[in-house]
Unconditional design. Structure first.
Length: 306
């Protein structure tokens, strides 16, 4: 259902709306975020503008002056509004984009907010998992994959059997990341053993190549179902395993990514190599995962003699 300011213009504006949200934006998460941002703005704008073409840069600026969200969220919303009005301009619904010249607030993140799991904590977590049942072997293999490939939980959940392949000398995992990116990461020996121990829980070599690599659990039986595990299930499983191991509740699957990238950078691995492993398009994103400066700061404050 179109917002009031769009519906009032007629089918042409509705066409532009559908074109933008259903045609141009292919990532589901981006579509949901942009749809929320534009709907929220248009709802605010209805009492301030009689028609969509009466919205001015001043109105857009005033909207963000009273916007209660964080700076990163406001920057996301501004991007969504700009992109949407670009489509309206291209479809001759409005003459000029009222958000084009509106500037967002300055924001620079030096370090990400995701808590880092320590090396000892990660080892404790892996050692705490009971592998006597298939689900335990699966959970250990998933967590080890998160650690030793620095990959997102969603990419791990999306793996298929064909993505775990050997060239005769070493196994590798091919991940399909957000943004349509695909990359192959070599599997280190200990991770290979964990993956094969998990896969031997079922006749994986006779399964179709497009079968899920990581299967969902079959209730509380400790056995595996044929359906794939979901991203949310991976996150819940990690939280449960962290709790069972007595580790901090604020840790998450992304904490492994932070720890792995920081560990590699501490060892002198070039930033561009860590960037490839993480699948980042921009090295500035990789730097957000670098917690080396926090260790320097911790050592500095410990030397205060007061």
């Amino acid at each position: 259902m179109w917002p009031g300011l769009i519906a009032a213009v007629g089918p042409a504006a509705g066409f532009a709306w559908d074109e933008f949200f259903s045609g141009q934006i292919r990532n589901r998460h981006t579509r949901v975020a942009y749809l929320h941002a534009v709907r929220q703005f248009l709802k605010w704008a209805e009492p301030h503008a009689a028609t969509i073409d009466r919205i001015t840069p001043g109105m857009v600026g005033g909207y963000f002056d009273q916007h209660p969200s964080s700076v990163p969220t406001k920057k996301l919303h501004l991007s969504a509004i700009r992109a949407f009005f670009d489509v309206l301009v291209n479809r001759h619904i409005v003459i000029l984009n009222p958000a084009a010249t509106v500037r967002g607030e300055r924001y620079q993140a030096v370090e990400g907010k995701t808590p880092e799991i320590s090396r000892d904590q990660a080892r404790t977590l892996l050692a705490s998992i009971d592998t006597s049942r298939p689900v335990g072997r699966r959970d250990k293999a998933i967590i080890a994959t998160l650690i030793y490939t620095a990959t997102r939980a969603g990419a791990v959940a999306g793996l298929q059997l064909k993505d775990f392949a050997s060239d005769g000398t070493q196994y590798s995992l091919r991940f399909h990341e957000k943004g349509g990116k695909s990359r192959s990461i070599p599997v280190r020996h200990d991770l290979q053993l964990m993956l094969l121990a998990y896969l031997d829980s079922f006749a994986w070599q006779t399964e179709p190549a497009d079968s899920p690599l990581f299967r969902a659990g079959a209730g509380r039986s400790g056995q595996l179902a044929a359906r794939p595990i979901k991203n949310l299930d991976v996150c819940r499983m990690v939280k449960r395993r962290l709790r069972d191991a007595g580790l901090p509740a604020n840790l998450s699957p992304h904490s492994f990514r932070v720890a792995t990238l920081t560990d590699l950078l501490l060892q002198g691995i070039p930033l561009e190599d860590a960037q490839y492993l993480a699948g980042h398009a921009d090295p500035r994103t990789t730097r957000l995962y670098d917690r080396r400066q926090r260790q320097v700061t911790r050592n500095t404050v410990e030397r205060i003699s007061i």
